[in-house]
Design a protein. Structure first.
Length: 140
């Protein structure tokens, strides 16, 4: 493990996109549930989303910045979707919405399905893994 060159970017394993059946009510011509393509988000992308979701909230008489959890979760999921294209105007129009986040919530309108989707996106991006899990993964 003393070979410093092993830490170079060329040796880093690229995380691949994954597919997930986000909505059981959307099916192809054969009756198969449509698969959504989801990309793993980078630390930089997640932190930028977290910063974008910071809001001022009074705490004990002083202003304090807090991350709005629900807003962050929806934006995180919308950012991870590769396909379908949540920025597509025709798709947004078909659901009478104007943003990728609104479209995501309109398309995955079952709370159980949305929670499963959110868990999948977080797991794919490595959010919520604790140190012991990361160590175990590195050993394998």
């Amino acid at each position: 493990m003393n070979d410093f060159s092993l830490f170079m970017k060329k040796n880093k394993i690229k995380r691949e996109n994954a597919f997930f059946p986000a909505v059981s009510d959307l099916k192809d011509e054969n009756g198969e549930v449509l698969l959504w393509e989801i990309k793993p988000l980078s630390t930089r992308e997640v932190e930028q989303l977290r910063l974008d979701c910071l809001r001022e909230a009074p705490v004990s008489g002083k202003a304090n910045r807090v991350t709005l959890g629900e807003d962050f979760a929806v934006r995180l999921c919308a950012e991870a979707v590769v396909y379908p294209d949540l920025n597509n105007a025709a798709l947004q129009d078909s659901y009478s919405v104007r943003t990728p986040e609104e479209l995501l919530m309109a398309m995955i309108d079952d709370p159980g399905e949305f929670n499963a989707f959110m868990e999948f996106v977080q797991k794919l991006s490595g959010i919520g893994r604790n140190r012991a899990q990361l160590i175990q993964q590195a050993k394998n």
